[in-house]
Design a protein around this ligand. Structure first.
Ligand SMILES: [Zn+2]
Length: 218
């Protein structure tokens, strides 16, 4: 996912998740962990809307070995180059259900992590509060559009070693978890917009030049 249009201050350190609540702790050493991933990886160009790999469900991750670890390193390197806050494997052309994130939440706390085979948990209707902030995507370069989504999200899946994990997010990070999970099922955020807003997003993309390398569509 692309950065928010407005600048957001990022604190470091304080953890929202309390130990033992069943959620992965993804706030500790966020800066050092992100740096370690991307220093091992190689940045790759980003696929854009129209590339078939973005418009179908990706395959499940079944092998949690060196190949997956190398893919994750490349994803962090690519996300950094493109200045994103989240990236799905199909955004660098790889047909695997894995996404990464480096994203601030409602309190400005930075979250860094990896989710394989993600599934969004259904929220009870009473807990659904919609937030209609702007959203952007590295695969729809330079475009932004307002999109209503729940302001809290829980994703379950597996870490890079195959251990079961649950990740929870608020604010922009909640949006990120939903956006990246959508990618791995073949949906872009513009697929959730009205016809008119989708057209406007594609117009913004056509009129501007991305600040990072993209994979040309055939
Ligand atoms: Zn995206």
């Amino acid at each position: 996912m692309a950065q928010q249009e407005t600048d957001q201050r990022i604190d470091s350190g304080t953890s929202v998740a309390e130990p033992g609540d069943g959620f992965v702790v993804d706030t500790e050493d966020a800066e050092a962990r992100e740096l370690a991933y991307r220093e091992r990886g190689t940045s790759r160009p980003i696929t854009v809307v129209g590339n078939p790999v973005l418009h179908k469900e990706c395959q499940d991750v079944t092998e949690f070995g060196d190949e997956l670890a190398a893919l994750i390193d490349d994803m962090f390197a690519s996300q950094h180059t493109a200045e994103g806050v989240g990236l799905a494997a199909n955004q660098i052309g790889v047909d695997r259900k894995v996404f990464i994130y480096d994203c601030p939440d409602d309190d400005g706390v930075r979250h860094v992590g990896v989710v394989c085979n993600p599934v969004l948990e259904e929220l009870p209707p009473a807990e659904r509060v919609l937030d209609d902030s702007n959203e952007g995507c590295l695969s729809v370069p330079t475009a932004y559009a307002a999109l209503a989504r729940p302001d809290y999200a829980v994703v379950r899946g597996q870490d890079a070693q195959g251990n079961p994990i649950r990740v929870k997010g608020t604010g922009y990070f909640a949006r990120c978890l939903q956006h990246e999970t959508d990618h791995l099922y073949g949906y872009l955020y513009i697929d959730r917009l009205s016809k008119r807003d989708r057209k406007d997003a594609l117009r913004q993309m056509a009129e501007n030049t991305p600040r990072y390398e993209v994979v040309p569509n055939a």
